[in-house]
Design a protein around this ligand. Structure first.
Ligand SMILES: *Cc1c(COP(=O)(O)O)cnc(C)c1O
Length: 504
């Protein structure tokens, strides 16, 4: 493009020529977003994506520009109506947080600043330092421990376990790698442990066989006797036990491993103790629930998710490491183009890229900082307690309904149940409940997820939702019975599941 006067190409930018027009669009988007949150209860939890909407996302790479307002209109039509539904009061699938209105506003600031929070002397580093300090305080970790915000529990587990491996290895892991280990390194976790732990172990080159899976007791907690036995056997066979992974809230049932006993064992066996508290470490903020994690503060590393039960907008997790030197040694790789200086922009004292794998990182700390300050941890503690009380209430409702069965003790905030069909085969009951789950979701009524408990398909309600009310659980139970009856009738010809006579 040539300008008229001097014949030089006109320089371009992504900034608008007309800021007033973009500002107007921004205000409209803000209003729509507020309406979206305020009106969430009136919408279905989830709705299947219609073919037209799906089709919309097969267009080729856009080459020519388009008006931002028109792009937004497409988003409004084809994107906003079809999320998983996790901001809805009757979403209870997997372990997913609801976010918060102020968290949404924080995203706007994050976008405006567009910081790269790897290091350098910028305020993003101080905010992250403070947020990590708050978490150390809340979880009872020492002041001089280190930590880093991550995109979630999976990466936090990887970071914690990598520090464990490098610290406990009998060779210099950074230099020699796993192939130089004089004997295999092994670690321990219960059979209810999250799959990210296994992934981390595979990625670290140890092979998933080195992760010893220890059975759980009736309350889905690691069996201490079998753990002790496994360690003994491994030592006798010449392997090097190096780490125990403890669960603070398992994904399937929300169970807590006995932290104090695990900390004692790790200490006497000289093992690293990593706590996967992605889901449940935050109960430490509640006076009422803190006893569940007593002993967690003795761990060598803890992973905690902030985007789950603490409702920070996705994504935000954190890993804390007791020994900052060991943490730094695992992830600091010198590079001349990242050299520090005594003053100026490179004069910062804390470089987060030396505490994790990522170099470029978003300013996650801002969304944590703004939400924590606005709501305060006392409110978060009450919301966690409220969800736990709601889980008890739901368990009572389920127990009181003859057509429903409670399938696991409610340790905290996870309720597993199913529709029972008397006299039907286990496989048929499993299929019926799979259909019931899909039907609850597709009708837009509620969105639980599922798990398998001793081969039985369970509808799993994990309550990490600050918008849920008691009446929402009444709706769930009512609809489970109604839709379950319909399905049983269609399948077995009678609601109680008595199989219809052959040939009818
Ligand atoms: C969710 C979860 C993870 C994985 O965390 P992401 O934030 O999804 O990466 C790990 N462990 C437990 C117990 C979890 O609940």
């Amino acid at each position: 493009m040539k300008s008229e006067e001097d014949g030089l190409p006109q320089e371009e930018t992504l900034d608008p020529q007309d800021w007033t027009k973009l500002r107007r669009l921004g205000h409209r988007m803000m209003d729509d977003a507020m309406d979206y949150l305020e009106g969430v209860r009136q919408r279905p939890v989830w709705q299947p994506i219609p073919p037209e909407a799906r089709e919309h996302f097969t267009e080729l790479l856009p080459v020519e520009p388009m008006d931002a307002a028109a792009v937004y209109e497409e988003a409004r039509q084809h994107i906003l109506p079809y999320p998983t539904g996790n901001i809805h009061p009757r979403f209870w699938g997997w372990v997913i947080g609801s976010g918060s209105p102020v968290g949404m506003l924080a995203e706007l600031l994050t976008g405006a600043m567009n910081c790269n929070a790897w290091g350098a002397d910028q305020i993003a580093i101080e905010v992250e330092r403070q947020v990590i300090g708050w978490l150390k305080q809340g979880l009872g970790f020492p002041h001089d421990a280190s930590g880093i915000l991550t995109n979630g529990g999976s990466v936090s587990n990887l970071v914690g376990l990598a520090v464990a491996r490098n610290t406990k290895a009998e060779v210099d892991m950074a230099q020699e790698g796993v192939q130089s280990l004089p004997r295999p390194m092994v670690l321990y976790a219960s059979s209810s442990t999250h799959s990210s732990v296994r992934k981390a172990v595979e990625l670290m080159g140890l092979g998933c066989k080195s992760l010893r899976t220890i059975p759980v007791d009736a309350r889905y907690r690691i069996r201490m006797d079998l753990l002790r036995e496994a360690i003994r056997e491994d030592r006798a066979a010449g392997r090097l036990p190096f780490c125990i992974v403890a669960n603070a809230g398992t994904v399937d049932t929300g169970a807590f491993d006995p932290m104090e006993e695990l900390a004692d064992l790790a200490q006497s066996e000289d093992l690293w103790l990593h706590v996967d508290g992605a889901f449940g470490a935050c109960v430490a903020f509640s006076d009422e629930l803190r006893p569940l994690v007593r002993g967690m503060e003795r761990a060598d590393s803890i992973s905690i998710d902030l985007h789950k039960w603490l409702h920070v907008q996705y994504d935000a997790g954190c890993v804390l490491v007791r020994n900052a030197r060991q943490h730094h040694a695992t992830f600091s790789s010198p590079a001349s183009y990242l050299a520090r200086a005594r003053r100026g922009l490179s004069g910062g004292t804390l470089w987060f890229n030396e505490y994790g794998f990522e170099l470029s990182r978003s300013f996650r700390a801002l969304r944590v900082w703004m939400a924590f300050k606005t709501y305060g941890m006392r409110k978060h503690a009450r919301l966690i307690e409220q969800n736990v009380a709601q889980a008890k209430y739901l368990a009572e409702l389920v127990s009181g309904a003859s057509e429903l069965e409670l399938m696991a003790p409610v340790a905290l905030n996870v309720v597993c149940f199913r529709y029972v069909a008397e006299g039907a085969e286990q496989e048929a009951v499993n299929r019926l409940n799979q259909d019931l789950l899909a039907s609850l979701q597709e009708s837009g009524v509620a969105a639980p997820s599922s798990t398998l408990l001793q081969g039985k398909f369970a509808i799993r309600v994990a309550i990490t939702n600050h918008r849920s009310r008691r009446e929402d659980f009444e709706v769930l139970v009512r609809e489970s019975i109604r839709q379950g009856r319909e399905l049983a009738e269609a399948r077995f010809g009678s609601p109680a599941g008595t199989p219809a006579p052959i040939g009818v």
